[in-house]
Design a binder for this molecule. Structure first.
Ligand code: ADP
Length: 234
């Protein structure tokens, strides 16, 4: 009960933060739209439309993260998933962003497990987006999947980025902890929640200047809550 309670309180805080986060981009977009209503020729400039596009994308990301975070624990819906294709799909989604940052993305290895592919992809998307963000032009991000000898599989996200000092490493994954001006501090929180829901673990290894390694382990066979067992039996 206390777990559910603290989660609900957490969500309330997240909701307030999300509203706050949406205010700035929304104000920017509204200003540009109003300018367009006054003098259409001026507002329709490519540059201005790019700003609108970027701000709308940012709002979409904030809302997407919030919705993912808000989804109840029971909604994990596992089936047999091949990680190789899931990783490739995820990298494809982020390829434009990586190109822009001049960061190369690599998918390596494969492993198969019982998991909710949509949720897993959301988690991975956040981890890889962080890796890209932390990596200077000319660097690379490698995502590697492999089967471990026991009951687990491993997913590693490695970047050649700026790395993290101990105080960041200590606080990473705490709701709202961010070192970025435009960060939400929810990416790692979400990723960890999804991984823990699958019975897995998430761990960071990082030092300033020598990149970051995110190690995710997941059980090959999904942990069965009542909900999950029902879905599997049907
Ligand atoms: P946000 O991306 O909105 O800041 P996250 O929870 O995804 O929120 O990340 C929290 C913080 O952790 C980031 O602001 C950044 O300082 C740090 N971080 C996360 N991933 C990495 C990484 N791969 N390399 C360096 N720092 C990272």
């Amino acid at each position: 009960v206390s777990d559910a309670l603290s989660r609900a309180q957490g969500l309330e805080q997240v909701g307030a933060k999300v509203a706050h986060e949406l205010k700035n981009p929304l104000t920017g977009v509204k200003a540009l739209v109003q300018l367009g209503l006054r003098s259409p020729a001026e507002a329709a400039s490519h540059e201005r439309l790019e700003v609108v596009d970027r701000e709308v994308t940012r709002m979409q990301e904030i809302i997407q993260n919030y919705l993912s975070f808000n989804r109840p624990l029971q909604s994990v819906n596992p089936r047999q998933v091949a990680l190789g294709p899931l990783v490739s799909d995820t990298l494809l989604v982020l390829s434009a962003r990586a190109d822009e940052a001049r960061v190369r993305l690599y998918a390596r290895g494969d492993a198969s497990l019982e998991a909710d592919p949509r949720r897993l992809k959301e988690a991975l998307l956040n981890l890889v987006a962080n890796a890209i963000e932390a990596t200077p032009a000319g660097g690379e991000v490698v995502v590697e999947a492999r089967e471990l000898s026991g009951d687990d599989i491993e997913l590693v996200v490695r970047d050649t980025g700026r790395g993290m000092p101990p105080e960041t490493l200590r606080r990473i994954g705490t709701p709202f902890f961010t070192t970025r001006d435009d960060g939400t501090g929810l990416g790692v929180v979400l990723a960890r929640a999804v991984i823990v829901q699958h019975g897995g673990t998430l761990r960071y290894e990082s030092e300033p200047g020598s990149g970051t390694k995110v190690l995710v382990t997941l059980p090959r066979a999904a942990k069965r809550s009542g909900d999950v067992a029902r879905a599997a039996g049907g």
